[in-house]
Design a protein around this ligand. Structure first.
Ligand code: HEC
Ligand code: HEC
Length: 466
């Protein structure tokens, strides 16, 4: 969604000679942006200076020519609202990728709008994961609850969400409130599952900021951070996520549990939209035997098309930091470091030397050898009891979460018109997000809690500059 094509700011063209043999950058002219005052590049040559509603949805400046054509094709496929003729369903969770990731960001889920307690919630942009207490899947349902259906079908069930709330105070008397979500599923399609055998885990979408850079991360650098930079004095010990698929091991850097090694485009089409592909030729409708073999339209998206979606995600620009020369932002950065936030929300990392490879083998050399500022170590950390979701996909324990990259966090209100944070959106603003930190994040939270009102305000101003 959003405006395509050129970024609104001036460009000048620089022929860049690439320093390494691995990188084919030298074959291409790379456009480097003029940096507006107070801005700081967040992702090297992929930085964009767009602070509007399409801040997350703007191509990197080097996306031109055929690359731009494919970027736009991928964007259209991503945002295309699929009807049944487009392959949607019979069961699905969203109508398009963009219905959950609007403007390449986080659509506000319906569980945070008025009638979420009724169990009759309409369209939702949350993903509802359902698991047995022993970690297994329910035979008739699979892993994700498909609460949307095409005409004539029955949904697997409907989520009901409600919240309890507690009030706390900072030492200077200012109060904050933390809201805990509670879930129930009503209207099961097949066997009614006993609440005591069921774990419901709800996630809100992530911002797509920096997807290409995340896939191009230098894994050796992350390994070094995990091995060396553990801080026993602050109770911090991050670890790298490894995923085993078909007997091969991958490093996981994507998703809230670092359980993805790729951009999950194929899985997204199959499981979230009900759109079949060569990789996933069967509709997702585990228990609904009348639908087995349902595929009126054959393969509904080709690998070539999915590669364009992959390319679209990988070539998104990363918004530059704003107001970096504002004294409040600079004081806030000092407070961020004083609270030791940077020990997990690592300000600077590097992308590796070899270019990332997309589904059909297309390489994106522009993503290699870049200095980036994601404000994440992409490691798993124990975040304590409050955030424990009681399930473990991939290698993460139920209380472990991947440090959420904070680049672009300050533009979420502009892009998606809400400030819901954390994996399930329970935090209504940045202060609540910080105050939910526990486990390895407890020392940081306490350092923040004991700061003066001025320091806390400055820290939030700094976060909003990211
Ligand atoms: C029903 C809502 C929904 C739909 C539809 C959906 N997603 Fe997502 N997506 C999510 C949620 C929720 C997450 C966060 C999962 C987690 O906790 O890791 C996510 C995560 C992702 C991520 C990982 C992000 C990161 O920062 O690591 C990618 C990439 C992604 N989705 C791509 C897609 C694509 C491509 C499509 C369309 C084919 C799609 N999604 C459709 C809800 C959705
Ligand atoms: C031990 C590592 C660690 C430390 C230290 C830490 N964080 Fe986090 N942070 C995380 C993890 C992991 C998450 C994701 C938790 C979740 O979604 O449930 C997170 C999430 C966040 C989010 C929510 C982002 C979003 O888009 O949803 C914000 C904001 C944040 N942290 C800010 C801070 C600040 C400010 C500090 C310092 C006061 C801090 N963090 C210290 C690991 C850490």
């Amino acid at each position: 969604m959003g405006r395509k094509g050129k970024t609104p700011i001036r460009h000048y063209v620089v022929a860049l000679l690439c320093a390494t043999a691995f990188c084919a950058c030298s074959e291409d002219e790379i456009r480097v942006n003029d940096t507006p005052g107070g801005s700081m590049p967040s992702a090297g040559t992929a930085t964009v200076y767009n602070i509007g509603v399409s801040a997350y949805d703007t191509p990197a400046p080097w996306v031109t020519g055929d690359l731009l054509r494919r970027f736009n094709a991928g964007d259209v496929l991503y945002d295309r609202n699929r009807g049944t003729e487009g392959g949607k369903g019979p069961l699905y969770a969203g109508s398009s990728c963009g219905s959950c990731h609007s403007n390449a960001g986080r659509t506000l889920p319906s569980m945070y709008t008025a009638d979420s307690g009724s169990g009759t919630m309409g369209f939702s942009s949350q993903l509802v994961y359902i698991t047995k207490q022993n970690g297994g899947f329910f035979r008739n349902y699979g892993r994700v609850l498909h609460d949307q259906v095409i005409k004539g079908e029955k949904a697997e069930g409907k989520l009901k969400a409600w919240f309890t709330e507690e009030t706390f105070a900072f030492p200077d008397g200012e109060t904050y409130r933390l809201q805990t979500p509670h879930y129930q599923i009503t209207g099961w399609y097949a066997d009614s599952i006993k609440p005591e055998d069921l774990i419901i885990d709800v996630h809100i979408p992530l911002r797509h900021v920096g997807m290409g850079q995340i896939m191009a991360l230098d894994h050796d650098e992350l390994r070094r951070i995990a091995a060396q930079s553990n801080y026993p004095e602050y109770g911090i010990s991050g670890r790298l996520s490894t995923i085993t698929e078909r007997n091969k091991q991958y490093v996981g850097t994507g998703g809230n549990k670092a359980h993805h090694a790729d951009l999950t485009v194929e899985l997204g089409f199959s499981s979230d939209l009900g759109v079949t592909s060569d990789r996933y030729p069967l509709e997702v409708c585990e228990g609904q035997s009348q639908n087995i073999g349902y595929s009126h339209y054959g393969i509904q998206i080709t690998t070539r098309e999915m590669e364009d979606v992959d390319l679209y995600l990988s070539c998104l620009g990363v918004p530059a930091r704003r107001n970096a020369d504002d004294p409040a932002v600079q004081r806030g950065e000092a407070a961020f470091n004083a609270a030791r936030c940077q020990l997990c929300h690592t300000p600077t990392l590097h992308t590796r030397q070899d270019a990332p490879v997309l589904l059909n083998g297309t390489r994106l050399p522009w993503l290699c050898n870049q200095v980036i500022h994601p404000y994440s170590d992409f490691l798993l950390h124990d975040m304590g009891k409050g955030l424990d979701n009681h399930v473990r996909p991939g290698s993460a324990y139920s209380y472990e979460w991947r440090t959420t990259p904070l680049w672009g966090v300050g533009l979420q209100q502009t892009v998606n018109s809400h400030t819901r944070f954390l994996h399930d959106g329970r935090a209504r603003n940045l202060i609540e997000a910080i105050m939910w930190h526990d486990g390895e994040g407890a020392v940081s939270r306490e350092l923040f809690r004991r700061m003066s009102k001025q320091e806390r305000d400055d820290l939030i101003v700094f976060l909003n500059s990211l």
